[in-house]
Design a protein around this ligand. Structure first.
Ligand SMILES: Nc1nc2c(c(=O)[nH]1)N[C@H]1C(S)=C(S)[C@@H](COP(=O)(O)OP(=O)(O)OC[C@H]3O[C@@H](n4cnc5c(=O)[nH]c(N)nc54)[C@H](O)[C@@H]3O)O[C@H]1N2
Ligand SMILES: Nc1nc2c(c(=O)[nH]1)N[C@H]1C(S)=C(S)[C@@H](COP(=O)(O)OP(=O)(O)OC[C@H]3O[C@@H](n4cnc5c(=O)[nH]c(N)nc54)[C@H](O)[C@@H]3O)O[C@H]1N2
Ligand SMILES: [Mo]
Length: 903
């Protein structure tokens, strides 16, 4: 398309607006804007971006808002004529009439806001009108710990209102009043604290003035440096721009160029960074002597550990030692940790948090497809027309992905939520199957049955690319729907309609979470979810697939690196002698340990049985987050040595004999792999706090003490270790530090650097053919054994503000936003037990009891109670039990037989 800009011809692009065209061909500042933001729908209200357009050279011109006017063939655009300059000045004059005169220029030492920049670009007009705005000089809203407002600076551009709705999917911000009285409101009020704000900060980031700003005044800082890194919290893997002044972190923004988060992030990524220099940070190595921690030098700590570990190995054998690695740490550190365990401690006893999390996903998907990772990418949400969200709550746990899903739900996409809780997405879904916790296999058998019965299967795909469909077919077709309706508590008619909706969509995407995996039948559920995708041909192309919402920032990476007792780096079977040779050669050692290692619960059981003597934990608060606290405590007490690498004196660190102070992710280099297999750089932002070291450095130091010389040298150098990883793991062959650039690469990455957005494409399953499995529903032993005495089902999950053990988020203002874990109870159950809204209850299971405040809510059905596990004051895992997934031993945190009473 030929389009002329100031009479010079340029090529226009399909669907481009005049603003985009001019900015692309001239520069970003060519046209000033106020109400426009690339991430928002065009609004065209301020008209500062006006330009003149003619149909032919010298023809009559029309003045249009460039942000929402498309280019057309042969258009003649003039964006800086005298007429346009006058118009812009007139508009600006009107806006400035009601804008504080002392905010026209940036404050001393501050960066200009977008509006101040526009004022400078347009030129300051004479203001001829009297002030009219009624909220001038209104009190500032200081009610939210992070987000502040000063509405006298508001220019009514609506960007915050649109960002709240279009980016986050909340409708907290709005405009109220008319004429001069028009003003931003938060919920029904003028303050944030009583609103339903989720604190994502999108409004602050888009606001072109400081009408909305954050506690850290991030927008107007002039940093010494802005360093891009990857968020430390969940598996979405947001990119963050961290501003540093004088070696201190002063604020975080979400870069618009980030492929993963496109200029958005949640309150943890944006605001919850103050933990990094909190006075509670561990700064020196500690050794416990006579029950008390003493500060020691690194050398003394290492010597002590080496001596103890060697003694344990000599007395009880290498397999009496084990390590738990950290999904919070980098790939390079996880790689080193598993390598040290295998080459220097000579055991396969290495495990990680996937054990208590998504291990069934990895296991089940490997069985069905051959690879245990998400098949598609998050951006495929733009290409799907049906979302099945099964046992996941992404608006709390994966907020940026959750916000995208919420947008689609609000736009009316076919949506099915399977969850015992009426989550915020369940409320918006076309179908919400509110099943009894623990009955996933039953409901998936119902869904399978109806799809088969309605003839909605893709026979050609099944014939060509899969095996054992017939056995599955015979199984589901013969099931009794009335019985399963009774078991699940969900009407069979509703299940049928949801099944038909899923199977008759063109492209259906499945997402799942811990509501699937943290169950007795967790791995089986994953295999049945895989069946659904295969039987309807919803796999191997854009907009479909099976997409586990992986939890921790680097849980995918930790497993890739070999943090598993049965598979080494790159998922190769440690029991296979050929594989053992492969690793021995790569690691330059004579031989690898032969026997598959112990999983975390097996290590702990072995400790209680006196066979396991040394545990080394890097970045996991095992005592707080593993199930059945008293059992874990007992196991830890039996150990000869417990080593913990931590940022803080966590509950687990308190139990340790040696505590090694670790540098946080801000203080080191490396990579994290997000839930869509994307390996992204973690860039060091500041120097290590106190006397801390990166985990990778500690491990290299200890490898050396234990007699293994790491070939990349004595320094933890992430780029060099990444090269070693690329040499060992075939699907990471083409990865190196330089190539990762700013948006990372999704594995498999070929030698030439080509990466992969979708795996198992076109029926090419990694394992050859996709495999169907079939199972009967089985009641968990937890309920079979205990429900008579403990008739309620407790299910535990997460909340937006806090992250797992809460060691980090509790040391930020997030604690002010959410100070406590609550037990959510249905009002009918509460009434029966005479429990009121402000009461506390004692809740007990076969393992123990805790005291917890209640919250009455219809979000849970009668008979089910729910809570989170973030606050050590409550320590909810005192109640959880030892039942786990049959194949992976992943604990059943989601079904606990309990009872409770008012105290
Ligand atoms: N804010 C925040 N974000 C986090 C975390 C955090 O602690 N805080 N943790 C991170 C980690 S480690 C992980 S693994 C992810 C987890 O993220 P999610 O998988 O979303 O985790 P949960 O909230 O524990 O559980 C998900 C849902 O499963 C439902 N559920 C419970 N029982 C059943 C059942 O029997 N069937 C079905 N279908 N559903 C059930 C619950 O009601 C809940 O809504 O989040 C990550 N992100
Ligand atoms: N009841 C109940 N319990 C649960 C769950 C549930 O749903 N219900 N979910 C389970 C799940 S899915 C998971 S993944 C686990 C999570 O359990 P954990 O892995 O124990 O949880 P985190 O809080 O992420 O703990 C990681 C620890 O690492 C530290 N840390 C952070 N960064 C670094 C670093 O760079 N280096 C080092 N050395 N340390 C660091 C933090 O201070 C923190 O104490 O909890 C499980 N527990
Ligand atoms: Mo997790």
């Amino acid at each position: 398309m030929n389009v002329y800009l100031n009479d010079i011809a340029f090529q226009g692009r399909e669907n481009e607006t005049i603003l985009e065209f001019v900015r692309r061909n001239e520069n970003r500042d060519a046209i000033p804007t106020m109400c426009q933001d690339d991430r928002l729908d065009n609004f065209g209200s301020c008209r500062v971006c006006s330009v003149e357009v003619a149909r032919e050279k010298g023809g009559l011109t029309k003045t249009v808002a460039s942000c929402h006017t498309p280019i057309f063939e042969g258009a003649y655009i003039y964006h800086n004529t005298e007429k346009i300059k006058r118009l812009r000045k007139n508009i600006l004059e009107l806006v400035l009439t009601d804008y504080p005169s002392d905010k026209v220029f940036p404050d001393k030492g501050k960066k200009p806001t977008e509006f101040q920049k526009a004022i400078a670009d347009i030129g300051i007009p004479n203001v001829r009108y009297p002030q009219g705005k009624s909220n001038f000089g209104l009190q500032k809203d200081n009610s939210h710990p992070y987000i502040k407002s000063d509405l006298s600076q508001c220019i009514n551009c609506y960007r915050c209102v649109r960002a709240c709705e279009e980016i986050q999917g909340e409708m907290v911000l709005g405009m109220s009043g008319r004429g001069f009285a028009t003003q931003i409101i938060k919920g029904f009020d003028s303050n944030f604290d009583l609103s339903a704000c989720v604190s994502c900060g999108a409004c602050v980031q888009t606001c072109p003035t400081e009408a909305l700003y954050d506690k850290f005044t991030t927008k107007t800082l002039i940093p010494d440096e802005t360093i891009r890194t990857t968020c430390t919290y969940c598996g979405v893997g947001c990119q963050l721009d961290v501003s540093v002044i004088d070696g201190e972190i002063r604020g975080i923004q979400a870069p618009e160029t980030a492929e993963v988060n496109e200029g958005h992030t949640c309150l943890k990524g944006r605001f919850a960074f103050q933990f990094y220099n909190h006075p509670d940070r561990l700064t020196d190595p500690l050794i416990k002597r006579d029950g008390k921690f003493e500060v020691v030098s690194w050398e003394d700590a290492y010597d002590f550990m080496a001596k103890k570990l060697t003694a344990v190995k000599e007395a009880y054998g290498a397999d009496s030692i084990g390590c738990i690695s950290s999904s919070r740490a980098t790939n390079e550190e996880n790689y080193l940790m598993q390598k040290m365990t295998r080459v220097a401690l000579n055991t396969n006893n290495i495990d990680g948090c996937a054990r208590v999390c998504h291990a069934p996903t990895a296991y089940g998907m490997q069985k069905a497809f051959g690879t245990g990772a998400a098949t598609n990418s998050i951006k495929d949400l733009g290409m799907t027309d049906c979302i099945l969200l099964f046992g996941a709550n992404p608006t709390e746990a994966h907020p940026v992905t959750g916000a995208r899903i919420k947008q689609l739900f609000m736009q009316g996409i076919t949506s099915i939520v399977v969850d015992p809780v009426k989550t915020s997405l369940a409320k918006l879904a076309t179908y919400h199957l509110q099943l009894r916790p623990g009955t996933n296999v039953a409901i998936l058998n119902m869904i399978g049955h109806y799809i088969v019965k309605e003839g909605l299967v893709k026979n050609e795909f099944i014939q060509k690319f899969t095996e054992q469909y017939n056995e599955f077919y015979q199984h589901v077709i013969s099931l009794d729907m009335n019985e399963l309706e009774y078991i699940t508590g969900v009407s069979k008619d509703l299940v049928k309609r949801a099944a038909i909706a899923y199977a008759s969509s063109n492209n259906a995407m499945e997402f799942h979470g811990l509501g699937v995996t943290e169950h007795f039948q967790g791995s089986k559920t994953v295999m049945l979810l895989s069946n659904l995708a295969m039987m309807t041909g919803n796999i191997g192309r854009p907009g479909v697939g099976l997409n586990p919402l992986r939890g921790q920032n680097n849980v995918q990476g930790a497993a890739d690196m070999g943090v598993q007792p049965h598979q080494g780096a790159g998922y190769m079977d440690v029991n296979d002698p050929e594989i053992q040779n492969y690793y021995a050669q790569k690691y330059q050692i004579p031989e690898m340990p032969e026997r598959e290692g112990l999983k975390i619960p097996e290590m702990l059981d072995a400790a209680i049985n006196g066979k396991f003597k040394a545990l080394w934990i890097m970045g996991e608060d095992t005592l707080m987050t593993d199930p059945n606290t008293m059992h874990i405590r007992k196991a830890m007490e039996q150990l000869d040595i417990l080593i913990v690498q931590e940022l803080f004196m966590s509950a687990t660190a308190e139990m340790a004999d040696v505590v090694l102070p670790a540098s946080s992710y801000f203080e080191k280099n490396g990579t994290f792999t997000n839930g869509e297999r994307r390996v992204q750089r973690v860039n060091k932002v500041i120097d290590p706090i106190g006397n801390t070291k990166p985990d990778g450095q500690m491990i290299i130091d200890m490898m050396f003490k234990l007699g293994y010389e790491q070939p990349t040298g004595r320094e933890y150098d992430a780029a060099k270790i990444l090269d070693e990883i690329a040499d060992v793991i075939p699907f990471m062959k083409g990865i190196n530090w330089e190539r990762l650039g700013t948006n990372g690469l999704q594995w498999p990455v070929l030698e030439d650097g080509t990466d992969t957005q979708i795996i198992h494409r076109d029926g090419n399953f990694r394992r050859g053919k996709g495999k169907f499995h079939h199972f009967d529903f089985e009641e968990t032993p937890e309920l079979v054994e205990h429900r008579n005495k403990y008739p309620f089902i407790l299910t535990t999950a997460r909340q937006l503000e806090h992250y797992n053990a809460g060691t980090m988020t509790r040391r930020t203002d997030n604690q002010e936003l959410s100070p406590m874990d609550y037990l959510e109870v249905n009002p009918l159950d509460a009434a029966e037990k005479d429990i009121g809204a402000d009461d506390k209850v004692k809740i007990f299971s076969d393992r123990g009891s805790v005291i917890i405040p209640v919250k009455l809510t219809y979000l849970v059905k009668p008979g089910v109670v729910r809570t989170t596990f973030h606050q050590p004051e409550i320590f909810i895992n005192m109640l959880t039990g030892n039942v786990g997934d049959e194949f992976t031993l992943t604990p059943e945190y989601k079904v606990v037989a309990v009872d409770f009473e008012k105290i």
